[in-house]
Write a protein that binds this ligand. Structure first.
Ligand SMILES: Nc1ncnc2c1ncn2[C@@H]1O[C@H](COP(=O)(O)OP(=O)(O)OP(=O)(O)O)[C@@H](O)[C@H]1O
Ligand SMILES: [Mg+2]
Length: 247
């Protein structure tokens, strides 16, 4: 039985223009994210992981190549359609947390409901916040929260929204190991649900080893892929890549 990919990147290249010069960042990256998969993207700092994730999520356009979502080319979608898709089908847990600083943690979690004119199910949302260890921060204003708490607020919002695919850029980067475990367990639950997927950028071999697949980026090129067996194996491949980056 063949299943269609949720996200299909075909020969995606991306350059930025810096001081009038072209800075190539991604080179013909092809990648498919399948339903019920949790995929880790690893690679040295500056290798293009966040840029690739932005392209996969339709937040940025490739310079050449295509990205399709559920079989439809993102480039063919109107701005409005893309915005709707981002509200409903895609969830983000990003390095810059995209929380509204003037709102409380709870209000940020409830924001998608408020924006679409629906009454937020307060009990259910607070229960989700409890699950990610935010029970004591429900009514905290964003600037008074630690980086890790803010990141878990973004995660709670995504868990409440139940999008088809979750993009998480270093979701455990700001967390102690226990909170990191909690976050990974919740993301793994998402990827076990029918039709849903998770893409995680991470520097942590422990996080990557919990994924179904790990893809490695080096200088904007996909250089390998693993079905991880254990943490040591992922760490080995990463060390080899990092040594290459420093050579
Ligand atoms: N908007 C931009 N304009 C110019 N250059 C950019 C832009 N975004 C990223 N870059 C450059 O592209 C390269 C890849 O950046 P990217 O953020 O994708 O790396 P990364 O693998 O996520 O790194 P890290 O692990 O440090 O987060 C870097 O050299 C970066 O400076
Ligand atoms: Mg990054």
């Amino acid at each position: 039985m063949s299943t269609a990919p949720t996200v299909h990147a075909h020969q995606v290249s991306k350059s930025f223009s810096v001081d009038g010069k072209d800075l190539p960042v991604l080179h013909e990256v092809s990648l498919q994210i399948m339903p019920e998969q949790m995929v880790a993207i690893m690679g040295p700092s500056g290798s293009g992981k966040s840029t690739l994730m932005y392209c996969l999520a339709g937040l940025d356009q490739p310079t050449s190549g295509q990205v399709s979502f559920n079989g439809t080319d993102l480039a063919g979608r109107s701005r409005k359609a893309l915005a709707e898709m981002r509200r409903g089908e895609l969830g983000f847990v990003f390095q810059s947390y995209n929380l509204v600083p003037t709102l409380t943690a709870y209000e940020n979690v409830a924001l998608p409901y408020l924006l679409s004119g629906k009454k937020p199910p307060r009990e259910q949302l607070v229960a989700i916040m409890n699950e990610v260890g935010l029970e004591h921060r429900v009514d905290a204003k964003v600037p008074s929260m630690s980086g890790g708490e803010q990141q878990r607020t973004a995660l709670a919002r995504v868990l409440a929204q139940q999008p088809q695919i979750v993009f998480a850029d270093e979701p455990t980067g700001a967390l102690d190991s226990r909170s990191g475990e909690l976050v990974m367990a919740k993301l793994a639950e998402v990827a076990r649900e029918p039709g849903r997927s998770v893409v995680v950028v991470t520097h942590d071999p422990g996080v990557a080893a919990r994924c179904d697949r790990v893809v490695f980026l080096f200088d904007g090129r996909l250089t390998g892929e693993l079905r991880p067996q254990n943490v040591a194996q992922v760490a080995d491949v990463l060390t080899q890549l990092t040594e290459r980056a420093q050579a």
